[in-house]
Design a protein around this ligand. Structure first.
Ligand code: HEC
Length: 398
């Protein structure tokens, strides 16, 4: 397909995905907050569990929650589910456009594992499906009776998977695969557990039967998981613009720490909105994890051992680096790239003249020295010695 059309297709799908995601996360944050701020008082309507007054958009809202059916059921009830489904559907299309069609650039790194495009796609799709089955079993196992034990098991499960994917995909591919896995767990929770259970509870209430309490409890447990997964998922989705997050040696550990940050931040707000004393200590955990993330990202790219460039004259450094960049980068990063499927210089970064190369020295350092996110999947097979020569040139600029 024409490169321009393809670029715009990917842009419009991404736009849809971000908007759907905002709508979903926005409504879920809203309801978590509402649920936790409900207050009970004498004189509430019959069977009401709690109420909350809110002001927004020039008016007052009086929200009342019923855990049992209210004496009179309304004719119309709004269900919140399409935000989640639309986020997943647009995300699946985006994953296919960028990571499956562009598997050679974004999903596969042949120095990690030499697999074909179809093998990579199959591993990714099967991995997402299997992750759901394993997670769902875990929740339904005896372990699921304790929220805390289940959360610890779920965390270990996700971290182990993050690590395993760094042995299968490129750093960027492994990260996005985890984003797809976690996002799918969240949407599948809505689709397979939360909404169907809710429907059964409503049907029972309408029929005057007492609903099985386990249905509501399971839905609540899955909602809790979704609540804690939200922040890490958003991190992964934007991390693909930050090679230090996904293309360094301990990227899987970085993700693990980000999950903990997500949990500690959510715990702070969940507690605060319940009207309990704010657990300020959670910010210490968050900051410590953040500092550890920064430290881990500076360890260097995966698979790298310290390389030193062959000694060369200082004056030769620049011309050596230029030749390497032109040989390994400018087939994509040129005014008119000749790499198939690349129509314009990616991210506007041109590396075809000595001046372009010099003015991008810092960006080259981040993408090709501190991390190995460029060339993507090392498609142009830059060698460790060449990277070291480029590093020597950049070090000499300072
Ligand atoms: C096969 C094509 C290809 C090759 C070869 C390649 N790049 Fe890239 N480069 C890309 C693409 C595609 C992107 C945009 C990635 C994205 O969408 O996040 C990019 C982005 C970049 C960016 C911008 C990163 C950002 O997020 O702003 C820099 C800097 C960069 N490349 C440097 C290099 C260097 C240095 C080399 C050679 C060592 C190189 N690239 C080789 C395709 C290539």
């Amino acid at each position: 397909m024409d490169v321009i059309l393809w670029e715009w297709l990917s842009f419009f799908v991404r736009w849809t995905h971000v908007i759907a995601g905002i709508a979903w996360i926005g409504s879920s944050f809203y309801f978590v907050h509402l649920d936790q701020s409900l207050k009970s008082r004498d004189g509430l309507p019959e069977k009401a569990h709690g109420e909350e007054w809110q002001v927004h958009g020039g008016g007052f809202y009086h929200m009342v929650k019923y855990l049992e059916a209210p004496p009179q059921l309304p004719e119309h009830v709004t269900w919140f589910k399409w935000e989640a489904y639309a986020t997943w559907l647009s995300g699946a299309v985006l994953l296919a456009i960028i990571y499956y069609f562009g598997a050679d650039l974004y999903l596969i790194d042949r120095s990690v594992l030499d697999i074909s495009q179809w093998q990579a796609i199959a591993l990714s799709v099967a991995g997402i499906g299997l992750a759901w089955i394993a997670y769902d079993r875990l929740c339904k196992s005896p372990l699921g009776k304790s929220d805390l034990q289940l959360a610890i098991a779920g965390f270990v499960f996700l971290v182990a998977m993050s690590w395993a994917y760094t042995l299968v995909f490129s750093g960027r591919g492994a990260f996005m695969q985890m984003g797809a896995v976690m996002g799918t767990l969240m949407v599948a929770n809505v689709f397979f557990i939360i909404i169907p259970n809710q429907r059964r509870v409503v049907a029972d209430l309408v029929a005057g039967r007492t609903p099985d309490g386990a249905l509501g409890a399971a839905g609540k447990q899955r909602s809790l998981h979704n609540n804690y997964l939200t922040l890490p998922v958003v991190f992964v989705m934007i991390a693909n613009h930050y090679p230090l997050a996904f293309a360094t040696r301990y990227s899987w550990l970085i993700l693990a720490l980000v999950m903990l940050m997500g949990v500690s931040i959510r715990h702070f707000y969940n507690t605060r909105h319940r009207g309990l004393p704010s657990p300020w200590w959670t910010w210490i955990v968050t900051v410590l994890c953040g500092v550890a993330v920064v430290g881990l990202s500076s360890v260097g790219p995966s698979g790298s051992s310290a390389q030193t460039a062959a000694p060369v004259e200082v004056t030769e450094l620049a011309s050596a680096a230029e030749a390497i960049i032109q040989g390994r980068c400018s087939m994509c990063h040129a005014a008119e790239p000749f790499w198939p499927g690349i129509g314009t210089p990616p991210k506007g970064v041109r590396l075809d003249t000595a001046q372009d190369i010099a003015s991008h020295a810092e960006a080259i350092r981040v993408t090709a020295i501190l991390t190995h996110s460029m060339p993507p999947g090392n498609v142009t097979e830059i060698t460790a010695e060449e990277r070291a020569a480029v590093a020597a040139w950049i070090a000499n600029l300072k």
